[in-house]
Write a protein that binds this ligand. Structure first.
Ligand code: LLP
Length: 431
């Protein structure tokens, strides 16, 4: 569900024709809908309402400080995986007391910053990390809270192998069968209150079933730990709720909650969820203009001014993002947003970028209305893991970002310049 719609043949974000944004800001540009972000955030909070969850938006999916501020004002907490993400949350006015900090490689500096900020919970992923956290908290005279990230060894087979995380042989967390020993060794630490169990089983997870299995295993663990006298008061389910890359194809927050809530009711556990994609994915599109159209053998290539450096997901995961012209040919109905959609008179094309890599494509083998130089295209479902994974590869300045709210819109990140490319290389040498 989102607030991008074709009316009278033109794509709008909320009340704003996106062609107006392109005319003022240029392309490539990410455009986000505030109403869509807030809708999904609220839907998740409401679906799990009975358990009074802390919804920690996953900053890695979409980290612009203006977006974080919007969500912070809506009462969101945040899931961070680096000192940089924590700095973003704090700059956006997010509450440290609603921040969960995950990540297998937290540095001493990052840990110290998070201890000083007074975050809600450290999701600890190894013995050595726990010992480091305890030392740093002790040095600073603080007692912090931690949850142990376990691998429940369930995962969704539909999830791409690069984004599966809950399996046993993974760098994330600790095996569930080692969890009891971990709590026995560290459960009564002087500087760290270890009273939570945390997991993140992958992203995206297309049904509630893997969560049901993982929660089942986690609750057995919680029972065993409690029977040994460990006080366990927090369960963090991580993220992974799916979003619509194809219109209407993914479960809603309520569908996940319907299976999950009954399992956790009455278990006396504070619930944390860390959704990123389900909130941000459908809230963003990438606007790009067609530069050239050319034939290469039996393929027709539409070369855009956005490329893999702007949206890496197709190149990295073979991800399918629906792509379509912003202005429809006269009389054409709005498309059904799925990669297989074929408009009448459609032409099969590959949408590619200008980066010097064969893997630089945005969408392949799509039936689209005939396109020509200057046509404006929207790449949908690009709000999550879009801008945040962009780079300057081929010395391409990063895209601009725009936020729309009703009929109001603003640039929330200006387009980078050549100066931005080289700025950090201006260094002083003394020899
Ligand atoms: N919590 C933790 C600990 C995570 O590692 C992640 C995502 C999330 C929450 C949020 O997951 P979500 O609700 O967004 O599914 N770049 C990939 C996705 C990588 C996800 C990594 N972890 C992509 O573009 O599909």
């Amino acid at each position: 569900m989102d607030y991008f719609e074709y009316t009278n043949g033109a794509l709008r974000c909320e009340h704003v024709p996106v062609s107006e944004i392109a005319a003022h800001v240029g392309t490539p540009t990410y455009v986000y809908s505030a109403a869509t972000l807030l809708h999904h955030h609220k839907a998740i909070a409401e679906a799990f309402d009975e358990l009074s969850p802390t919804v920690c938006f996953s900053v890695k999916s979409l980290g612009n400080v203006h977006i974080l501020r919007l969500l912070a004002e809506a009462g969101s907490g945040f899931d961070v995986v680096s000192g940089g993400e924590l700095a973003r949350v704090l700059a956006a006015g997010g509450e440290a007391a609603k921040v969960a900090f995950a990540g297998v490689g937290k540095t001493d500096r990052e840990i110290a910053e998070a201890v000083d900020a007074g975050i809600m919970v450290f999701n600890v992923e190894s013995e050595q990390e726990f010992e480091t956290l305890s030392r740093i908290a002790g040095e600073r005279g603080r007692k912090v809270r931690a949850a142990l990230r376990i691998n429940p060894d369930v995962y969704d087979l539909a999830t791409h192998r690069y984004t599966t995380t809950g399996k046993k042989a993974t760098k994330f967390g600790v095996d569930i069968d080692r969890a009891e020993d971990f709590f026995d060794a560290h459960g009564r630490d002087e500087h760290v209150r270890l009273d939570g169990v945390d997991m993140h089983i992958g992203s995206p997870i297309y049904s509630a079933e893997p969560y049901v299995q993982a929660i089942g295993r986690s609750l057995e663990l919680v029972d065993r730990l409690r029977s040994k006298g460990h006080e366990i008061s927090l369960l963090d389910l991580g993220g992974g709720f799916a979003a619509d890359y194809e219109q209407g194809a993914s479960p809603l927050a309520a569908d996940y909650a319907e299976r999950i809530v009954p399992l956790l009711k009455g278990r006396d556990l504070e619930l944390v969820v860390e959704p990123g994609r389900q909130i941000a994915c459908n809230a963003g599109i990438l606007l790009t203009r067609v530069q050239y159209v050319k034939q290469g053998g039996d393929r027709r290539f539409v070369i855009c001014d956005a490329a893999m450096n702007d949206l890496l997901r197709p190149a990295l995961y073979d991800a399918e993002h629906f792509a379509y012209p912003v202005l429809l040919p006269a009389g054409e109905p709005p498309p059904h947003r799925s990669a297989g959609y074929e408009p009448e008179g459609g032409v099969k094309v590959d949408l590619v970028g200008g980066v010097c890599e064969t893997s630089d494509f945005l969408a392949r083998d799509r039936s689209l209305p005939p396109l020509d130089r200057g046509d404006l295209m929207a790449i949908f479902s690009a709000g999550a893991y879009g801008f945040v994974m962009s780079s300057q590869y081929n010395a391409r300045p990063r895209a601009a970002e725009v936020l729309v709210r009703g009929d109001w819109w603003r640039i929330i990140r200006r387009r980078e310049t050549y100066q931005d490319l080289m700025g950090p290389e201006i260094v002083e040498w003394t020899d």
